[in-house]
Design a protein around this ligand. Structure first.
Ligand SMILES: [Mg+2]
Length: 205
């Protein structure tokens, strides 16, 4: 798989598992939200993922409860934020983009299912706050990955073409998000291999 940055104006990253590794027990959070949903509505929400439960709140057009859920998620994520680990290769790439044939004017953005506070705090811990131009977090869309909305929001913000964007994430859900938005997406492992050995991965034209 060849990655090329020649025509890329915006390079987008997922957060958890891509730039940092957050320390949170996601299954416990999911259980807390399921319980809260039951308390509010006296029925069960879909339990596959946190997003599927939130989807049901969105469908009910219940913005008050949605904000309450965001608060719960935010507090849960921030509880162990100090234990966040940094993914060195991704950080190195962001800090040294010119070593990887990335255009000087190219910018970085984040698309994550984590709350905005968590993203901002994690970027501070990784010392790359100033390198990131735009953030789309949990609160910023109402249809979450793998829906294309987050990537489209970023596209609209920068007023660029889809082929000028590239997205990196650690999960199949991220790759699927790229597919749904018709924006090239790659696993972060591909970028990490390229960072470790730049000559091996770049496409020369
Ligand atoms: Mg991730």
């Amino acid at each position: 798989m060849n990655i090329t940055f020649r025509n890329k104006k915006i390079i987008i990253f997922d957060l958890d598992g891509t730039i940092v590794k957050l320390s949170a027990d996601w299954m416990s959070l999911r259980d807390i939200l399921i319980t809260r949903y039951r308390e509010h509505y006296n029925e069960d929400c879909k339990v596959e993922r946190i997003s599927t439960c939130l989807n049901e709140v969105v469908q009910k057009k219940d913005e008050v409860i949605l904000q309450d859920f965001f608060d719960i998620i935010r507090k849960f994520e921030l509880k162990n934020i100090k234990n966040t680990q940094i993914i060195g290769e991704t950080i190195f790439f962001i800090n040294n983009k010119e070593l990887f044939e990335v255009k000087k004017e190219a910018k970085f953005a984040i698309l994550s299912l984590n709350t905005r506070s968590t993203i901002i705090r994690a970027l501070e811990l990784a010392n790359i706050t100033k390198k990131i131009d735009y953030i789309v977090g949990r609160e910023d869309v109402r249809r979450w990955k793998p829906a294309p909305d987050g990537l489209i929001k970023i596209q609209k913000h920068f007023k660029i073409k889809k082929e000028e964007m590239i997205y990196f994430g650690d999960l199949k859900n991220d790759i699927l998000t790229g597919k749904n938005a018709e924006i090239k997406s790659y696993y972060i492992d591909d970028l990490i291999k390229y960072v470790i050995n730049p000559k091996s991965k770049i496409k020369k034209n």
